[in-house]
Design a protein around this ligand. Structure first.
Ligand SMILES: NC(=O)c1ccc[n+]([C@@H]2O[C@H](COP(=O)([O-])OP(=O)(O)OC[C@H]3O[C@@H](n4cnc5c(N)ncnc54)[C@H](OP(=O)(O)O)[C@@H]3O)[C@@H](O)[C@H]2O)c1
Length: 313
């Protein structure tokens, strides 16, 4: 095997143009880790935050820093004590920033954050699952109720997390109202939303509508108005951190922000549901590895419909 590999690296935090494709050493898997031959890397907004340096604590930064978290590929070799995988397995996973990054020909992942790919998926599709998919179902776990027949509002329904959330909520038999722009309305209806609110045509925050749960993957809406859209004992659950929220006390126990924790068990839910054809990985665009700059700029428009993927090989 080669000792060097191509990777998308940064030497300092900053704009997308800071990312360069360079030759660096292939990483070595430690205890409980897998060396993966990466075929595709799913891009998430968090990759752009790490690149910009707004998540320095998360990235455990040593320059040159390889960007990216999600990947799909083939297990190349095993570190000590790996039990569940063998060389040649086709897996999906998400790199811990301290272990490197996924926009590279090889990456090291923890066994506890890896899972076999859905049988019918391409590498591009499988690489789109880890962060967005697991975040979607963990937002339902935060709700901690059976969602069947509950009325839920999904804001940011057409993005990476939202497209998984609608489909998962449909499988769980929730009554889904989705919020997206008018250009995406037919698309999210096709994924399973019974009702769609086009935020560019309707002032839904003043509509007087009420829901059991609001899952917000876009952020930005006025919190007082969002609270007024919850039924008694309703809950607002978001992936987008809002400053000063704890101080304004507006949501009390009804407000939840959470950080997704990528783990094998939740990935297995997608291996099985995607593998059975119940849930689809929606891919907006696939960029070649040497167009990581363009790919990040596209993600930063916040207009992606489903996932944006970097093809590594
Ligand atoms: N806490 C965590 O652990 C965690 C995990 C994953 C993601 N996140 C965060 O969750 C958010 C969503 O992630 P993602 O991967 O889904 O992002 P994404 O794929 O980039 O989201 C793009 C989508 O957002 C929609 N959107 C933008 N503004 C909107 C608005 N005002 N109302 C409704 N929809 C809007 C766009 O739809 P239109 O074009 O129709 O506007 C587009 O389809 C990001 O802020 C991300 O950082 C947090």
């Amino acid at each position: 095997m080669d000792k060097n590999m191509k990777a998308v690296v940064i030497d300092s935090f900053g704009p997308a143009e800071n990312m360069k494709v360079r030759e660096i050493p292939v990483p070595v898997p430690g205890k409980g880790q897998l060396l993966v031959k990466v075929f595709a890397a799913g891009i998430n907004p968090v990759d752009t935050y790490i690149r910009k340096g707004t998540r320095q604590k998360m990235s455990g930064v040593v320059f040159p820093k390889v960007i990216g978290r999600d990947l799909a590929g083939e297990v190349e070799s095993l570190g000590a004590d790996v039990k569940a995988f063998k060389p040649g397995d086709r897996i999906m996973s998400s790199v811990m920033p301290k272990n490197g990054g996924s926009y590279a020909e090889y990456a090291v992942v923890d066994e506890s954050r890896a899972c076999l790919m859905p049988v019918s998926s391409s590498y591009e599709e499988a690489s789109g699952i880890p962060v967005a998919g697991v975040t979607a179902i963990q937002s339902f776990e935060v709700a901690d109720v059976i969602l069947a027949d509950k009325s839920i509002l999904i804001i940011g329904a057409s993005g990476g997390v939202g497209t998984f959330a609608i489909q998962a909520a449909r499988e769980l038999k929730a009554k889904i109202t989705a919020v997206c722009s008018s250009k995406n309305s037919g698309f999210v209806r096709g994924l399973g939303a019974q009702e769609v609110i086009e935020y560019d045509k309707t002032d839904y925050l003043h509509s007087g509508r009420k829901f059991d749960f609001i899952f917000d993957y876009a952020g930005g809406g006025d919190l007082k108005l969002l609270k007024s859209m919850l039924n008694h004992k309703g809950e607002y659950i978001t992936t987008v951190r809002r400053p000063n929220l704890l101080w304004n006390g507006m949501f009390e126990s009804k407000y939840n922000w959470f950080l997704a924790d990528i783990n094998t068990l939740d990935l297995e839910w997608f291996r099985d549901t995607v593998g059975a054809g119940k849930i689809k990985v929606i891919i907006d665009r696939v960029f070649p590895m040497d167009q990581a700059v363009e790919a990040h700029k596209y993600v930063e428009t916040k207009r992606a419909r489903g996932k944006v993927i970097l093809k590594i090989r």
